[in-house]
Structure formats: C-alpha cells, structure tokens
Design a protein around this ligand. Structure first.
Ligand code: FEO
Ligand code: CA
Ligand code: CA
Ligand code: CA
Length: 635
C-alpha cells in the first residue's frame, strides 16, 4: 500500500532539499571504498566493470505504457485469473460476483478479497496444479459498494472487513490456460474478523489482553496484508502493514500511540460501527496488529498464528533463509518513512517432517523462540545486527520494557533506543539463491532531508528520495551473523529527468518506487513498482508511464522492463511454478486516482481493466504469465 501522501507534501515544503551537497562522496559511499568493496562484492563490481550484460535476460524489453492494459514481451501471454469477487471455491458457498457490487458481507467473506498483493504458489502436482495463497491488502469503498461510502453503516464495515485478509484458492493448468478449481477442499478466506492464534513472547501478555479476549491469545482478524513469503516447511507468511489507520485514537493520544501513527480518526471509519477499532474503548486491540501471520494452506482446518517473536511493525512481509546449522532466519522490513529492517534467528533448528507429521506441523512453534535484531548500516560499507533482547543494553524496565513481550509490542521504540538506521521505507526483501546476500527495496522517501527530518546517510543517500533504491547486504559468515557488508544494487530513477538527483544509476530500463522483489527459481531478480497514483505520469515520473515489472540480472546489474500494467494500478506479488514456466503476478488497484480511489468521473485515470468496455468497475486480479513456447519465464 502506498502511504506516500504525507511525504509527498514535504517536497513542496522544503525546496532546498533539491540540493545534494557532494554527489562524488555519495557515489563513494554507495559503492563502498576500493579494496574492501572489491573483496566483498567482487563478482558484482567485476560484472559492472566489464559493461557487458550477461545473457540471462532472454526477452525483448517492453516500452513504458500509459495504456489501460497489461503489456508483456513478444512470445508471452498474460492470462487474467482470480479477480476480486470471484468465489474462492468453498463447497456449498460459491456466490457469483455481482458487477453492481451488491454482494453482501457474508458473500464477500467467501469470495476473493480486494486489492490483491503478495502471493505464493504451493504445488499440489508440480507445475500443473497447486494452491495460490494471496493477500488482500485494503479496499476501495467506491468500488466495494454500489453507492460508495454513502450511508456508512455496520453492514458496510462488515463487508469492508470481509474484503480484507488472505485467500487460498486451488488452481490448475488446463489446455487453455490456468483456471480456478472450484469447489476445492483447500479453498479458504481469512478476513479482518477470522480467528488467529498468537505465538511468541507477546502471547497472553498484559498488553495483548482485551475484554473479549482476557487471555490475550485469540485475535480476530488480520489487516492490510501486504507482502508474502513462504517458509521451507511449507507455510505462508503475510505482513500486517498499515494497520494503524484502521483504528480511531480519539482526542488524547499517548506517546506510544503517536509513535505508531495512530490518529484521532482512522481512514477506514471502522470504529464508527465496530468498537474494537475505537482505542478509547479498547486500547489493547491496537497492540494485536502489526505482526507477521503464518498460515498452513495445506491444512484446511488449521488456525493461522500471529508470530510475535518476529516483532511488531508496519510489516511489509517476511522472508526466510536457513543457516548451515538449520536455524530459520526471517528477514522483514517496515514500510514507513524512517523505519527499520529486522531479522529474527530461531533458537531451534528446522525440523524434518515425519511419518504422520507434516513439516509444517513439525515446525509449528519454530518462529516463537529466537532472537530479534534490527539493522544498522554504517558509512564504511559494513553493518551490524543489534539484538532486541530484554535486559540487554537500554531495553530495561527503567526504559519502559518490562519483559520481552513489551520489547516486541514496542519494537519501534526498542529499535529507536538501539540507534538502528532509519530507512527510506523498506518494502520487499529477497534472498539470493546460493549465498548469504539479501536484497531490499526502499521504495521512496520524499521527506528525507526535509526540515525537521533525518538527513541523508550512506544507506539512504538521496535527499527528497522520490525514486527509491535497492540495497543489498552479505552476511559475514552465515545468515545468523551479527555483522554484514552492504552496497546498493541501484538507485532507481530516470536518466532523462532534468533533476540530477532523480536520474539514478540503473543499467537498463528506467523505473521508480521499487516495491515487490523476488528471485525466480533460475536466479533472475524481479522488481515491481508502486509509484503512487499522486505521482504517476508527472514530476519525476513524467516519462515512466504506468507501474511496471522488470527483471534484473544481478551478476551484470542489467535491468529490463518485462511488463507494464493498466492505468492507476500497482504491480505486486511474484510467484512461480517450480519449473518457472508460469509466473503469477498481481495487479492491484487498477484505476486508482490521485485521491486514492477509483473515480469514473475522472475518465483520464479510470480503468476498465480487466473486464473491458462493459466493465462497471475495475478489479484487482492475478495474472498467470507464460512463454508461448513453454520455456521458463524471463530467461
Ligand atoms: Fe503494502 Fe508497502 O506496500
Ligand atoms: Ca499502491
Ligand atoms: Ca508500496
Ligand atoms: Ca508493497
């Protein structure tokens, strides 16, 4: 989800931040200094130095586009499956989507939700049949209801809640392409009202107890689910991102609530009709969101779990690596300006499955015990993981942390005290196959360097960072190391931009606001953009067209545009069949206007994707992308 509007406003507030003091110094910081950088990043530096792109990008790049359609390279086909409102396939409960948006809340609760985001493919039969699990980040009330927000009432709040969350659908490859399998015993929806269990140090904590849940162990709902990752034991991880905006804080906010971005009235207006979201009545409900949730899609009877040991944040998502010794390391970031990058190292080793016990069940509590760290990126190209452990350093009762449960509920404040590096909105992370290098998109932060805001640093080197960048680090030894070396894969931008600071360092096709990021099974890095609707087509984004998807050969650094989306959308979520012959991608919020809503009265921005001229409203949907010759996508 893009929440860039407040930051965008900083642009005009401080025109002096156009000026960057010393571009040469920035470049040095970005690349790291001489021998040290060459030693650590030898292949990267060498690859860039030769100037010759490696032959791994095997498709013809596509130009930027302003068209209300999806464009992919010659020789590829992008098929629309699973749009908002299609029934997921629960037996006996498959209500047809009504194009006038008159489906009820109960119907929406068994249909695909709105605003598709991260997704993952779990094979049932290799590349022929599997489960797609996907996030539904938020809703556009103007599309969700026949009459928009008019007459806001409890039924509308219930339908909005039902259009959030996570969906599990079964898909299969038929001769004519991919299709939903319905009914399916695996089909499920988790909404903003579904029960979740709680694991880790905040389970049952006093800060998590509410009138409705005095034990603090059972939470209704997941919210603003953004990016997705999967675990090596076959479960799905989803990040609760901008959950604070669903709560109404009332007139007297505490310091803690302000640190978490609570406002007097939330954007969703749920507190008007669901008192859970009124923090003046239920203050602890606010602590019960902001977690990574784990879903076992292969067990339709399972209850998903909020994993509190991984910290509370405006979590974009979570991605898992395994150390040589078999411990799970979970990387996550917080997509908010000047927030942090985290990792969690499990205490125990990943367990193999056993007879009668799936690997998912064998690791059902693995993510509940371990050590949480936050990243500090130093100017010399090294960095450190700082432990967020109660009793260590400043994380003591005297400083407001009674125990580890309070440390994780107040992860932001704990990271503040440790002096972690405030980043330019960390979005997706991706772990490079065959090493210990991790990449992270920093989507943009136009407030960097603005009056009263942090200035540039080595890791976030541009003031008024409208275009974003991609940082990467290599752990010193293994994924559980506490030290690392880092540099930038690229600074995003447009070389044709007259503003030098927005030109970037991309070798290849221009883009800005990187968000989705994923390595495919063959090692290509896929980058997806989410330039906000208020920036698309203007200012630094004047030449960049609609949001897009690109592939990067990280060995050479070459970037090539693979896909452009319809008007007003963002492109997000990348999942692959094991043989990489199908790539699943989500198109979120086609037709979104600068006001954050789709508006048929704004015909230059309105989208009729994917249903075409007869469409009553645009719909988020999943794309299944294949090469016509059946080969691996992108290569
Ligand atoms: Fe939901 Fe940070 O994008
Ligand atoms: Ca968006
Ligand atoms: Ca985004
Ligand atoms: Ca995102």
């Amino acid at each position: 989800m893009d929440t860039g509007t407040p930051e965008d406003s900083n642009r005009s507030a401080n025109p002096s931040i156009h000026e960057v003091s010393d571009p040469a110094r920035r470049m040095l910081l970005r690349l790291g200094t001489g021998a040290a950088a060459a030693a650590l990043y030898g292949p990267w530096v060498a690859g860039c130095a030769t100037g010759e792109p490696q032959p791994r990008l095997g498709f013809a790049g596509v130009p930027t586009s302003n068209a209300d359609t999806v464009v992919v390279p010659p020789g590829y086909v992008a098929q629309v499956i699973a749009p908002w409102g299609e029934p997921v396939g629960v037996a006996g409960a498959m209500p047809t989507w009504r194009p006038d948006a008159s489906n009820t809340a109960a119907e929406q609760a068994v249909q695909l939700g709105m605003h598709h985001d991260g997704l993952h493919y779990f094979p049932l039969d290799g590349a022929r049949r599997g489960l797609l699990v996907m996030n539904h980040e938020y809703v556009d009330e103007g599309l969700l209801f026949t009459d928009g927000q008019a007459g806001w009432n409890a039924a509308k709040v219930a339908k909005a809640q039902a259009a959030h969350g996570i969906a599990v659908v079964e898909v299969e490859r038929a001769p004519e392409g991919w299709r939903l399998v319905r009914p399916s015993p695996f089909a499920r929806r988790f909404t903003a009202a579904s029960p979740f269990a709680v694991g880790g140090p905040a389970a049952g904590h006093a800060l998590m107890r509410t009138e409705a849940d005095p034990a603090g162990t059972r939470i209704l709902g997941t919210l603003n689910n953004c990016a997705a990752g999967m675990t090596p034991w076959g479960t799905y991880l989803s990040g609760e991102e901008n959950w604070a905006g669903y709560f109404d804080g009332g007139p007297a906010l505490t310091a803690d609530q302000r640190r978490w971005g609570l406002r007097a009235a939330g954007w969703a207006r749920w507190g008007d009709h669901d008192e859970r979201f009124d923090t003046t009545r239920h203050p602890n409900e606010f602590h019960r969101f902001g977690w990574i949730v784990e879903v076992d899609p292969m067990d339709p009877a399972s209850t998903p779990v909020k994993r509190t040991a991984l910290g509370r944040a405006a979590h974009e998502g979570a991605w898992v690596a395994v150390t040589k010794a078999g411990r799970a390391v979970v990387y996550s970031g917080e997509d908010a300006a000047f927030e942090y990058i985290y990792k969690f190292v499990s205490r125990d080793r990943v367990a193999p499955g056993a007879q009668g016990l799936t690997k998912a069940k064998a690791n059902a509590t693995l993510l509940d015990h371990g050590t949480l760290y936050v990243a500090r990126f130093d100017a010399d190209g090294t960095g450190q993981w700082l432990p967020l452990v109660h009793g260590q350093g400043p994380l003591t009762a005297a400083n407001g942390f009674a125990d580890q449960g309070e440390v994780v509920v107040k992860t932001r404040q704990a990271a503040d005290l440790l002096g972690a590096t405030k980043m330019d909105r960390p979005e997706w992370l991706a772990i490079e196959p065959g090493g210990t290098t991790v990449y992270c998109t920093l989507t943009n932060n136009s407030g960097r360097g603005a009056l009263g805001k942090p200035g540039v640093d080595a890791a976030n080197p541009r003031a008024m960072n409208t275009m974003g960048h991609i940082i990467r680090w290599t752990e010193a030894n293994d994924f559980d190391a506490t030290r690392f070396r880092w540099n930038h894969l690229l600074l995003a931008g447009d070389p044709a931009n007259p503003r030098a600071e927005a030109q970037g360092t991309i070798r290849g096709d221009a883009f800005g606001s990187p968000d989705g990021l994923a390595f495919d099974p063959r090692g290509l890095l896929w980058i997806q953009t989410d330039a906000s609707s208020s920036t698309l087509g203007q200012g630094d984004y004047a030449n960049l067209g609609n949001n897009q998807m690109l592939a990067c050969d990280v060995a050479s650094g070459e970037v090539r545009r693979f896909l452009t989306g319809p008007v007003g959308c963002e492109i997000t979520g990348a999942a692959f069949t094991p043989d990489a012959t199908t790539m699943f991608v989500n198109v979120q919020h086609p037709g979104e206007t600068p006001r954050g809503r789709s508006d048929p009265a704004d015909p230059t921005r309105y989208s009729r994707w994917p249903d075409g001229a007869q469409a009553t409203r645009p719909r988020s949907a999943t794309l299944a992308i294949r090469r016509r010759d059946g080969g691996p996508v992108g290569s």
